[in-house]
Ligand binder design. Structure first.
Ligand code: SAM
Length: 249
């Protein structure tokens, strides 16, 4: 997969794209990251990418021409078909299922806004507008990093153990079950016996139940459209008013 990012701050991506799992994915050639300075596509000596809004109002708006020129050049730089994503608080909420779909793409091009946002005509470049949450950030760079991180770790070969992506929160429509590591007992708190039993079928059953309980208590909205057995649905409904002592603190 190749991921291009068009931004006025290409330098902020370097440490993120070269560290940890993303850095290893790039080293292994599984994901190629390419950043582009939007100002290189401006047409004046000052490399201007913003202008005053027509009709008045606060702040500056990102001009269309640099984005159109940059997008055309970046698209032409590679034969593979690209999905273009515009980062925007007005976009569709970015979710794990979106990341799963995007991880199958051969190429992604991400457009990062700044100032008061994009001239409306820039939206026509995008196949998809994504928001990372109902709050407003100063620019699209952090949202682009969030999307790239969530997508790249799902590209085959990037995670050491592919099953970790299959079992984690949101993948099955549930939050992940509680996880423990050594020591088996710490400060009077014991790891549940079932996890030490070596009985894999029992452990799998316990984890499924715990995932349902946790989801019902913390994110009941996730359960609404989920395919649960009658017993699982009853287990979820029983949690509605229960809060663990850990959750209360
Ligand atoms: N005036 C715009 C509005 O009300 O929708 C917000 C502009 S924001 C200050 C500047 C840029 O940051 C946006 O164009 C977008 O690229 C990015 N951005 C801010 N919040 C975001 C979010 N929650 N999700 C995705 N991108 C966001």
């Amino acid at each position: 997969m190749r991921i291009d990012v068009i931004t006025i701050f290409p330098e902020v991506f370097e440490p993120v794209f070269s560290s940890s799992m993303l850095g290893r994915a790039a080293e292994k050639g599984l994901v190629q990251f390419v950043t582009h300075d939007l100002r290189d596509y401006a047409s004046d000596a000052h490399r201007t990418v913003d202008d005053y809004p027509f009709g008045g109002g606060p702040g500056m708006v990102m001009k269309p021409e640099p984005f159109f020129r940059a997008h055309e050049a970046v698209t032409a730089d590679d034969d593979r078909p690209a999905t273009t994503i515009l980062l925007c608080p007005q976009g569709a909420p970015f979710r794990q299922d979106t990341a799963v779909v995007l991880a199958r793409a051969e190429r992604l091009i991400l457009l990062c806004g700044r100032y008061e946002g994009f001239d409306e005509r820039i939206r026509s470049l995008a196949d998809l507008e994504l928001s990372i949450g109902d709050y407003v950030l100063t620019g699209g760079e952090l949202p682009a990093m969030v999307v790239v991180d969530a997508v790249a770790r799902l590209v085959p070969g990037v995670l050491g153990d592919a099953s970790s992506a299959e079992e984690e929160s949101f993948s099955m429509g549930l939050l992940e079950y509680p996880q423990y590591t050594r020591p088996a007992s710490y400060a009077g708190r014991d790891v549940p016996d079932v996890l030490l039993s070596g009985d894999h079928a029992r452990i799998a059953r316990w984890r499924r139940e715990q995932a349902i309980i946790k989801t019902a208590r913390r994110r009941p909205d996730l359960l609404r459209d989920l395919d649960l057995s009658d017993a699982e649905r009853a287990l979820a409904e029983a949690q509605t008013h229960v809060q663990t002592s850990e959750e209360r603190t």
